[in-house]
Ligand binder design. Structure first.
Ligand code: DX5
Ligand code: ZN
Length: 220
């Protein structure tokens, strides 16, 4: 479906208080919690992995939307499944050879498979993954170079969202990077329905108002 899903990126939260930060976001209206898994290799930053997802899972039943910015996503499927991840979004750039096996294993572990594209990656690369007999259920269009929160939204990525939305009317299309009150309208009108927002939510004096504003823009 194309219901709005507002997903605060916990990368911008206080990692030392992850459980309470997660509960705060959910109480303010977040639909999903976006969890950025980085390996210091696919991207030049290192964040959290399955052990932290497992710890957080003990404190919440929320949908944990896990974005795997890692070179070897296949290695993460079992641990993330056991840890209680809900969505498992891997990058197409590192999965050209084994995406079918990846999707199959992600589903077998009870997670929802998604595929992500960096700003420089042509959107055509995800078509086989969306159209296959064992399809991914979400496409994440990166709207910044992956690796860090707080970067500037790249409007040129919106063409990919438009093309995807036209081709797949009911696909979940997620955008991630630089989303906030000043950029949500272009992303929503291009057709994005799952909205990741880190610094714009956590940096706001009223994060709940930002979450509502993002939702209103998507719902129209
Ligand atoms: C960047 C991550 C994003 C990041 C977004 O590589 O994938 O999820 O946390 O942060 P903002 O919303 O601050 O750009
Ligand atoms: Zn992310």
């Amino acid at each position: 479906g194309v219901a709005a899903k507002i997903a605060p990126s916990m990368l911008s939260s206080d990692f030392a208080n992850l459980a309470s930060e997660a509960k705060r976001m959910l109480s303010l209206g977040a639909d999903w919690l976006h969890m950025d898994i980085m390996d210091g290799h696919f991207v030049p930053n290192l964040t959290i992995g399955a052990p932290v997802i497992e710890s957080l899972r003990k404190h919440t039943t929320a949908y944990l939307d896990c974005h795997l910015m890692v070179t070897n996503p296949l290695d993460y499927v079992d641990p993330m499944g056991k840890a209680g991840a809900s969505g498992f979004t891997f990058h197409v750039e590192v999965s050209k050879e084994n995406w079918q096996e990846l999707v199959q294993k992600i589903k077998a572990k009870g997670m929802r498979p998604g595929v992500a594209v960096k700003p420089g990656t042509p959107i055509e690369e995800v078509y086989p993954l969306v159209e296959g007999e064992n399809p991914v259920e979400m496409v994440l269009v990166m709207t910044v170079e992956p690796g860090f929160g707080g970067q500037k939204f790249m409007p040129e990525t919106m063409e990919k969202v438009q093309v995807l939305r036209k081709k797949y009317p009911s696909l979940d299309i997620e955008v991630d990077g630089g989303l906030g009150p000043s950029t949500i309208d272009v992303a929503a009108s291009a057709g994005a329905n799952c909205i990741v927002a880190g610094s714009s939510v956590f940096g706001a004096s009223e994060p709940g108002q930002v979450i509502s504003l993002l939702r209103k823009s998507v719902q129209g």
